[in-house]
Design a binder for this molecule. Structure first.
Ligand SMILES: Cc1cc2nc3c(=O)[nH]c(=O)nc-3n(C[C@H](O)[C@H](O)[C@H](O)COP(=O)(O)OP(=O)(O)OC[C@H]3O[C@@H](n4cnc5c(N)ncnc54)[C@H](O)[C@@H]3O)c2cc1C
Length: 415
């Protein structure tokens, strides 16, 4: 019988502990917060999009960093296995738009509840309000993990330590990046960390004037000079600092801080359902119907009111021009501005607002089928602490579940 310490009772730590209950090992799950799953609780706007009901290939194609590394563990514990496991634990699930899986109750707390109930049934010991301050490692030709030192000074000796401390995003939930420090102390590499699935800053004054405006069905393209970095269609929001909303968060996944040596440009097609010619025909009709009105007073059928002054300003057409006096070149130029509303992007927002952390414990130093460190025997890293990240849609939690299952399987097999 082995003694196993899991550091962190978030998504991956809870899943790993639950999987280890199949054995008679002593499992100690250590969580620095007063309760488990604080971040899980806020996932999916409190509904927890716990996975994406699609095949492994779909999950692999959503991964932004180190797809290949995830191949083995995703195939060994698939998104369908996740749903089956949660159903078997008594959580009813439903599949929504884009194959997103949620608890039928729409309460993330139910996801935590079934995991916690399973823990209580088994022989795992959960220590809340307990922070691990460092790893205990026996040096040698192949170093071995010996246990952990708690912040309170107590040492816990064990055979295996699973680091499930999460990333650096939303640090108020407990994920303050401790796992990176643990990895470095074990002689392992941690790649550059940056916020991802995060809103974007813009220096543009007129963008700031649009704060609070949400746009549906827009097509956005993010470019670095001529190079296209991301392109998609969906919903976005203007804020006091720049831009946010689902399609912007997804676009941020393609970015790293070093991309911002010069501002990037976001190109928004405000009328993506219309071609340039169709839009021009619509403008002809609008200007004809409003021929005696001033330009600035003719646009209510095209844009929400907040957007009108900005569009008038960007059109280059004088606001008081009578619609009947607008020239063809002016109209066509205006159509182009509508199809390509440019926003300068100066950087990513911070970790406090990021759904996930890009970068982490280098996967070159981790065995992909077991999540065990190649440098230190008995030391495992699972979940967001690893240098893996994926898109929104339940894909990130699947990374946490699959890596947790891989570590548990290996611990069960090797003891
Ligand atoms: C607002 C928001 C919404 C999200 N929504 C979704 C979603 O709907 N679907 C999806 O797939 N993903 C979502 N994510 C991402 C997802 O929550 C994470 O990918 C996932 O929680 C990572 O799991 P983890 O176990 O690695 O880390 P966490 O869940 O962050 O757990 C880490 C735990 O370790 C504990 N800990 C850290 N250091 C120590 C220490 N030294 N000692 C003891 N304990 C420690 C922390 O307190 C924490 O409880 C969302 C993220 C955010 C921020």
């Amino acid at each position: 019988m082995s003694n196993i310490v899991i550091i962190g009772a978030g998504a991956s730590g809870l899943m790993c502990a639950v999987q280890l209950l199949k054995s008679s090992h002593n499992v100690i799950l250590i969580e620095k917060n007063e309760k488990c799953g604080k971040k899980l609780f806020i996932t999916g706007k409190g509904r927890c999009n716990l996975t994406n009901y699609s095949d492994v290939e779909e999950h692999l194609s959503s991964i932004q960093s180190n797809k290949k590394f995830m191949y083995s563990s995703l195939y060994a514990f698939t998104p369908y296995d996740t749903v089956e496991l949660f159903n078997s634990l008594g959580l009813k699930t439903k599949v929504e738009r884009g194959n997103r899986v949620f608890p039928e109750s729409d309460h993330s707390s139910d996801v935590i509840k079934v995991l916690k109930r399973e823990l209580d049934r088994g022989n795992a010991e959960l220590r809340l309000n307990t922070a691990v301050s460092r790893l205990l490692i026996r040096e040698g030709e192949k170093p071995e993990v010996r246990g952990v030192l708690l912040a309170k000074g107590e040492k816990i000796f064990c055979d295996d330590v699973v680091v499930a401390t999460g990333g650096k995003s939303y640090p108020s939930t407990g994920s303050t990046g401790d796992g990176y420090r643990f990895a470095i102390s074990a002689g392992m590499d941690v790649t550059a960390l940056s916020p991802s699935l995060v809103p974007l800053n813009s220096p543009d004054e007129d963008v700031r004037a649009l704060q609070g405006l949400s746009l549906k069905n827009v097509s956005v393209t993010l470019k670095d000079g001529k190079k296209k970095l991301y392109s998609d269609f969906g919903e976005m929001l203007f804020t006091h600092f720049g831009v946010s909303g689902p399609v912007i968060l997804s676009a941020s996944a393609a970015l790293k801080p070093e991309f911002f040596e010069r501002p990037l440009k976001l190109h928004i097609d405000l009328k993506s359902a219309l071609s340039l010619d169709e839009l021009d025909k619509r403008l002809i009709r609008i200007f004809e119907e409003n021929r005696n009105k001033e330009f600035k007073n003719s646009l209510a059928s095209l844009f929400p009111s907040k957007l009108i002054p900005v569009m008038v300003e960007r059109s280059g057409i004088k606001s008081f021009t009578k619609c009947s006096d607008i020239r063809k070149e002016e109209r066509r130029g205006f159509a182009s501005v509508i199809k390509d509303f440019e926003v300068n992007i100066s950087g990513l927002r911070g970790f406090d607002e990021a759904v996930i952390t890009k970068g982490g414990v280098s996967v070159k130093e981790i065995d992909p089928s077991s999540m065990e460190s190649k440098k230190v025997r008995g030391l495992y890293f699972i979940g967001e602490v690893l240098d893996i990240d994926s898109m929104t849609g339940g894909f990130n939690l699947q990374l946490a579940w699959s890596t947790a299952a891989a570590a548990a399987r290996h611990i069960l097999m090797s003891s």
